[in-house]
Write a protein of this length. Sequence first.
Length: 458
Amino acid sequence: MQAVIEYLQKNQARFVEELIEYLRFPSVSAQPQHRKDLQACGEWLVQQCRGIGLDARLCPTEGNPILIAKTPGAQGGKRPHYVVYGHYDVQPPEPFELWKSPPFEPRIVGRALFARGSSDNKGQNLAHLKAVEAYLKTGTPLPCDLTFVIEGEEEVGSASLATFLKQHRAELKCDAIVISDTGMPSPKHPALTYALRGIAAMELIVHGPSRDLHSGIFGGSVDNPAMVLSQLLAKVRDKNGRITIPGFYDDVTPLSAYERKQLARLPGSDSAYRKFLGVPQLFGERGFTSTEQRSARPTFEINGLTSGYQGEGSKTIIPAWARAKITMRLVPNQNPRKIIQAARRYLASLCPPTVRLETKSGHGAEPYVVAPTSPQAQAALRALKSAFGREPVLLREGGSIPIVNDFKKFLHADTLLLGLALPDANAHSPNEQFDLDCFEKGQLMSAYLWQELSAAGA
Ligand code: BES
Ligand code: ZN
């Protein structure tokens, strides 16, 4: 291990340069105009992996290509096999004007590297690649076989990867999946995440008149789709922060007293959290702490709301339509299809006959939860402790990684979530950043992890 550790230390400056190259690709999966950038980013990854000494290929899909890279001479079944999953696609960078430097022109300030995708997820998956590079370049034998799966559609629901997993079950058969695509509460609190929320996406469109109308000539005699949509949405949540959709909470597994006690031990205060978010007051479902509200309780969020004239100045119209993009976060044992059904039915029942409501269902993913007491989880905790020199904490996270349930279903393997993003990483927000200390310690964690996991599995 000494050689691996020294190699990592010696090569940090180059690793950062490579991460910067990786971050220059505007690999925005939500926007069709970036298809070519996603392809180019995938090709860059193949070259990067081959340079490291991995057997790498880019697999075309109906969507964006998936990178597969294996440690050489994989012994197929004789040794433990772990799959490292990550994604090279990123969230849209908009609104551009709020970035202090352009999102795809990485910039370092102190130990922070600013760029879209730096934390979510390029920096985190490159940390694992660099750990393997250290093994291969120093000739240190790895105690296991590794396969990297880095996809380009995570931020839009991983549609192609699910099919890919089904087709490549045999090749990807493994003892565990490792993902660094979550967070850690502070530099002093490395973390193992044992639960993620699921998600159910939908779009609501309220159709009114056949065209935008003069609001003076017609206003008062015809319903306003923007008003109707606002009224519908306002009925979905009550003053206690409870979602009013009938059946919404029916399947929710309540938090155990033990879990609540553990979650209450995490660092951070509500007042610091409030200031960090820049809100005058926090809001959430009554009866739960903010940590519980954002990790272990389901939500209904409006992600986008559009109607009428949005340009400068005023335009006196009744808009022809109004639209809302919605996602609901789900917790163990809720089912995305069932929840979408319930939401559709409820909204339809509320909609007045003066407009037509269209609902489109989008991507969905089930919530995930795994025992933090398994030998593999314990091995991961030891690797975190060795790398960070601190006792790790156990987390439930509010975000979603749609593919983890498919890993379980198709590969019959559990996922270890070892996130490296700090709370101020600004994932999905302007000025996303990745802490270069987390980058370095993440590489170290990955290097220890293969030893710990393989020993635990033996
Ligand atoms: N890295 C996140 C997921 C995440 C972030 C989990 C923080 C836990 C803590 C991932 O890239 C992501 O953003 N996923 C999307 C999935 C969705 C588009 C289906 C999400 O959670 O919004
Ligand atoms: Zn993301």
